[in-house]
Structures are given as structure tokens and as C-alpha cells.
Design a protein around this ligand. Sequence first.
Ligand code: ASP
Length: 591
Amino acid sequence: MYRTHNCGELRMQHVGQEVKLSGWVQTSRDFGGMTFLDLRDRYGITQLVFNMEDDAALCEKARKLGREFVISATGLVRERSAKNPNRPTGDIEIQVTKLDVLNASKVPPFTIEDDTDGGDDLRMKYRYLDLRRTPVQKNVIFRSQVGIETRKYLAGEGFLEIETPNLIKSTPEGARDFVVPSRLNPGQFYALPQSPQTFKQILMVAGMDKYFQIVKCFRDEDLRADRQPEFTQIDCEMAFVTREDILNTFEGLTKHLFKTVLGTELPDFPRMSYDEAMTRYGSDKPDTRFGMEFCELNDVAQGKGFGVFDSAELVVGICAAGQADNYSNKDLNELTEWMKRPQIGAKGLVWVKVNADGTFKSTVGKFYSDEDLNVWVKKFNASPGDLLLILSGEAEKTRKQLNELRLEMGRRMGLMKPGEFKPLWVVNFPLLEWDEDSQRFFAMHHPFTSPLPEDAEKMMSGDHETLKNLRANAYDLVINGVEIGGGSIRIHDRALQEKNFKLLGFTQEQAENQFGFLLGAFEYGAPPHGGIAFGFDRLCAVMRGQTSIRDFIAFPKNNMGRDMMIDAPSAIDDVQLNELFLKVQTEKIKM
Ligand code: ASP
């Protein structure tokens, strides 16, 4: 009725056939005797031709069509005299004999082409128009493919897809909950899941053995760039597994996705301990597309009279290969200022240029002889023409700052190559993080994560220092410096889980209140189990070499957590408030 073909499929072999296409008018070009229209649908664009000489009335009708009108056109496929090699259908065009206007369109508020003139908020308000643009549409299609391949792979591995509820009770993953008032239970609230963590563990207790779900998660976090209050995880859990089983299964999934959707073969993923990642890169999600690894200088830079280094817990630097000549004093001052911005907070930056003739130029020449600096050069494995950039201070902070500098230099030097993928597993994270301000421990992953088997004993009886150094049986998948997923082997023993809650500052009563159901389940034959969750939006973005997850979500929220299209969140009327027993509370807020 509407079409014999789509707008992306006609080729030379169809020349001479009568076809019918339907779609949206992308552009129209009028050359007096002839009118050309580009007709677009999800599959592509096909050129339509109307000829004054053949049918003046039809040509007139075509000229009146505006952008984004929806039409059907019947006609003959013919070879184009001026071919368009950039378009798969560029060899042919349709000589139209019949035209139906299916729907008119107002003039769209921005151009619906690859490069648009629409700003972010405008495009979000008219998301249905933005989604018609090829780059956005490609991302959504890509995401669909990744989802379908995920299901295929995991089903092939014997996983069951099981849904878990959205109206639940708080699960601590370190963020605030979104809450939903319960009309039937006045004054009580559901929480939206930050993840299905406890449910998937319960499914293991229930004997489901291998679970997955592509699932929405909700976290009411302060909005940083590229955070979405609702996002999607590929969430998984397995029973009777060790860490190796999980890493192998999900390395397999990742390789499958890259292979089937991108045609890219990934090599085996290296493993790196958290401690090693921090020492070599100052980050638990190192971008290993390039080297520029940290080089510690305490033993060679201290004790030479340079007070800043002498008093520092850590002196550490990176070697920017071949950059000595690319950075003038002014550039280096600018780089130093960049490092001193509050976002990074470095106190200063020491630099050394290794000149081609073996001499040096540096900010610390007063304190270090050429002989001293030659020792540094050896440590860095540096060559003439290289630029050494060095920071010092408290170890943890300094590493974080140098990580920022390394990434910035990597960007500037073009070392983050598009199309190159460097995955790795980071393992053995700390179990607990001590927070000085609140004087308490937080779970680095979440409270259900088990310690490494060899650390379990220490967890039950260790002193403060021992507890700080406990390692978790937790792991992250990192690709190109982006955390794609994380998980852990869980605690499946009630006593150990209770101990962990206690270390995290829960009273017995609080633990029982919030997690009694899980602790209870652990008393009925909980198998050893573990799992992982991938950030689905982020995985898609990284696979396509993009940075914004928003571009992979059909209906994303803006930086204020607003859906611009439906205008949410919004006020609700008094009747609704009353029903939910909320009226009094919101009035209080207004005052
Ligand atoms: N629930 C965890 C998360 O959302 C993932 C996991 O431990 O499986 O990060």
C-alpha cells in the first residue's frame, strides 16, 4: 500500500522497475523545468525527479512540498546522469508519475541534516525531529544491535532473562534514591532501584544459576556532565562461580559484541591490580591506548636541597615524548596554571626539557646538576627532545593530579586514537574506604562485596589499619579509560555480611530493617555467587568512539535532569497530592 521498497535500497539493478517509496521530504531543489526531492526514511535517502514536460501538474504539486512533509511517490527507477558516489542510492533516481501527500509538516525549528543548527535544549524539546537525523538515528540503531547481540550471547551461555521490580526498597549503591509515595500505604514510600543488586542475589539463592537483565537503574545524583538520572545496565549474576568464571564470561560477551556489531576482534584483556593501576597511571580506570606511565623519583630527587620535593610524600612524573620543542616557556606557564585550577588543585608543576645536545632546561636547574638530571632521564627512559613533567606532594592526591595531566597530554599529543580499543580488567579493589570527615568506612563497591578469600579472616578480626587495607574480590572492566562495568564476588554468609554492615556503620537494627530479607535468605542455603553490571549507554558510546551517553538514549534528560519534550518533572495537582498524603509536606517546602 505505502511502499515497495525503502529509501535506502534501490540500486542500478532496479533500473526500469516501477517502485513506490514513502518517507519524509528532506530537501527540494527547483530548476524550473525540473524539481528534485530527497526522500528520506530510516534506511536512507533516494532522489525523486519531477519533469515539467512530462507532467506539469505533478511538478507543480511537488514544488509546493515543504521540508518534512510525509509523501508517497510512485515512479520508474532510472540511472542518474550525475551520480552521487557518497550515497548508496546515488546511482539512481525515481522519475515520479504519482505523488500522494500523506501529511503536511510545519517548518521544523532546526535543520534535519547531519549537521544541524539546533541547540541542545531545542533538539531535546523536539526529540522526534532530532531522532530523524542520521547520526542520532545511527546511535539508536547501534544500541538496539548491541542489546540484541547481548541477549543472543547470554542466552547461548545459558543465562535466563528475569525481570526484577521497579518499586522497591532502598538499595545502597552510594547515591540517593528516587522515591515514589504509596497511596495505599499512607506516609510510606517505595524507592526506585539504583540497581537490582539484592534481587539478583536472591535469584541465586533461589537457584536460577545464571541471570541477566537489560535494566533501567535510577540514581538521584548531583548532575555532572554526562550523568543521567535513569540509565541502563546489562546486569548479571551467576552462582557457583569464582572471579575467573565471571571475567571469562564477560570478556567473552565484550568480544562478541565488538566482533558482531563493529567487526573488531579484541585481544585477550590484560588484568591489572588496583594498586598497580594507581601506581602506573594514578587512576583505577587507566586509558592504556598510550604509555606515558608514571615514574617515581623520590630516591633520586630528594635530598638535593629542593625543599618542595624533600618534604613531599611522593615525587612523580611523566615523560611527554618529543614535546620539548613544542612547549615554550609561555606554554609551560599556561600548563602550570591549568594544573593549578581548583578542578585539579596542583600547587605547581616542575618541568625539565631534555635538549638534543644532552643539556637541560628546567625550572629546578638551581638544585640539580646535569649529572643529577641524567639520572632522571635514565629513570624515565627519556630521549633527547622529551619533556619531563613532575608533580610532588601527598601520594594519593599527587597521583590523581598527574593522571589528569597524563590524559591532557595524551589528548594534546593525539595518542587517543579513534577506532582503537584497549580493554583491561582492574581487579582487587580496596574493600573499604575510610572517610575522614564522617570518620567512618564506606564500601568501595557496595556492601555485598566479599573480601578476597585470603582477606576474609582479617575482616572478621582486624584492627583499623588492617581493615583499611582489605582487598575486595571486585573487578572493573575498563576500555579506553572509561569504566564500562563493575562487579564482585558476593558475601553469601550471614555472619560475614552482618560483620560488613557493622563495619559500614549500620546498627544491627538498621541492617535487619533494610536487609533482613537478604540476611534471612542467606540462612536458607545461599550458594557462592557473584556478578557484574555493564553500563549499557556508556558501552555503546565507547564502542562508537563517542563521549556522551546522552546521544545513545532515545529520550535523554538534560543537565538539570529535565525531560524537555514532555516537560518533566512538573507539579501535580492538589487532588493527586492529597491522595498521596503529600500536601502538607510540599507546603512546608514552599515556606
Ligand atoms: N550492582 C552493581 C552496580 O550497579 C554491579 C554489581 O556488583 O553487579 O554497580
